[in-house]
Design a protein around this ligand. Structure first.
Ligand code: SF4
Length: 348
């Protein structure tokens, strides 16, 4: 993407951008900013994709909002030659893996993911050396390098089906999320499945005590729980013990939550995932009272994609995402296997 001469408005806004400890700041998401973002996107032939956990202003300016896999698919089918991925780095990498000929930009390449960082390629090589015949199943929250060493990727929607598709006599190495792994083990009853002890610090912070207190305070509410949450086990326990009727507990990916919101008859829903999700849920079903189980569950990496970062990205054509061609080819195979199994939904 070429660097263009900013308009007078962009020029003025651009001088206000500065880098800080939490990323690029200095620009408000007002009407001038919105107009400039749309103008620049059109000029650069770029489409803006935003993950469900992004700041509301970023979700509202994006051409498409969704979960990680849905956005990667949109990126692959987009007519525009540049994809601006407002999400975290592994998501932009996945878009690049599926659309190698397009320019993929992320407004701040420092937007990482504690879950994806919980295992690197060297650690995975060591683990597979200990279990040479095992099938490696990786959740989409992994780096391109780890995906390149993976047999089948999975999302939270099809993780159970992916593991069920594997010969029951083969060992399975499941990574990186221990809570999603525990959910899959529970569902499949599989005993020859090894689970990497990784976690997302945001989701793990949504704990069972908070969920129990919330569920007791709102006995008529439905519960939407992302399977990466530390409280997923508690939610199933609460249902099993009769504290919450079983049909009120729904373990869902972010895309699954939106589908459920559009169909629910409940007046109130407690949501256990990153709080950015509430914005899309409230848009999907404005008559429902959606409440966070933990309103401090905000991902600092997702929130690095600020209005200033997006303006800088479109003005400077930065930060560009690169994935080594060999790594991308291997990673693409594991992602395509994931898409072929069951209903992959959208992952995080
Ligand atoms: S919420 Fe957790 S899993 Fe999602 S991007 Fe942030 S750190 Fe990663």
């Amino acid at each position: 993407m070429s660097i263009t001469t900013p308009s007078t408005t962009a020029d003025r806004l651009f001088t206000e951008i500065h880098d800080g400890p939490t990323g690029w700041t200095g620009v408000d998401a007002g009407p001038e900013w919105a107009e400039e973002i749309r103008r620049l996107a059109a000029e650069k032939n770029a489409t803006i994709l935003a993950h469900n956990y992004q700041l509301p202003a970023i979700q509202d300016i994006a051409h498409h909002v969704g979960d990680s896999l849905a956005l990667s698919r949109i990126a692959a089918e987009a007519q525009e030659e540049t994809i601006v991925f407002c999400g975290v780095h592994f998501m932009a990498e996945t878009a690049k893996i599926l659309s190698p000929s397009k320019t993929v930009l992320i407004p701040d390449a420092r937007a990482g993911c504690s879950l994806a960082d919980s295992i690197d390629a060297a650690q995975l090589r060591e683990w597979t050396a200990e279990h040479p015949d095992a099938v490696v199943v990786s959740y989409v929250n992994t780096t391109a390098e780890v995906k390149g060493l993976t047999d089948i990727c999975c999302t939270s929607s099809n993780a159970v089906e992916v593991v069920q598709s594997i010969d029951p006599d083969r060992e399975v190495l499941f990574l990186p999320d221990q809570f999603l792994g525990a959910h899959v083990r529970r569902q499949t009853g599989r005993t020859n499945m090894h689970i990497w002890a990784g976690e997302c610090h945001v989701h793990a912070g949504i704990n069972g005590d908070e969920l129990t207190a919330r569920a007791k305070a709102h006995p008529d509410a439905e519960l939407y729980v992302h399977p990466e949450c530390g409280c997923a086990t508690s939610a199933l326990y609460l249902a099993g013990e009769g504290f919450v009727p079983e049909d009120k507990v729904k373990i869902l990916s972010t895309g699954g939550m939106l589908d459920a919101a559009r169909e629910t008859g409940a007046r109130q829903v407690l949501v256990a995932t990153e709080i950015g999700m509430l914005h899309q849920l409230r848009r999907a079903a404005p008559e429902v009272d959606f409440r966070a189980v933990n309103d401090r569950a905000s991902c600092p990496y997702m929130k690095m994609i600020t209005p200033a970062a997006l303006l800088r990205c479109l003005t400077e054509g930065a930060d560009e995402v690169h994935v080594d061609a060999d790594v991308a080819a291997r990673a693409r195979t594991s992602v395509e296997r994931m898409i072929a199994i069951g209903s992959p939904g959208g992952g995080e």
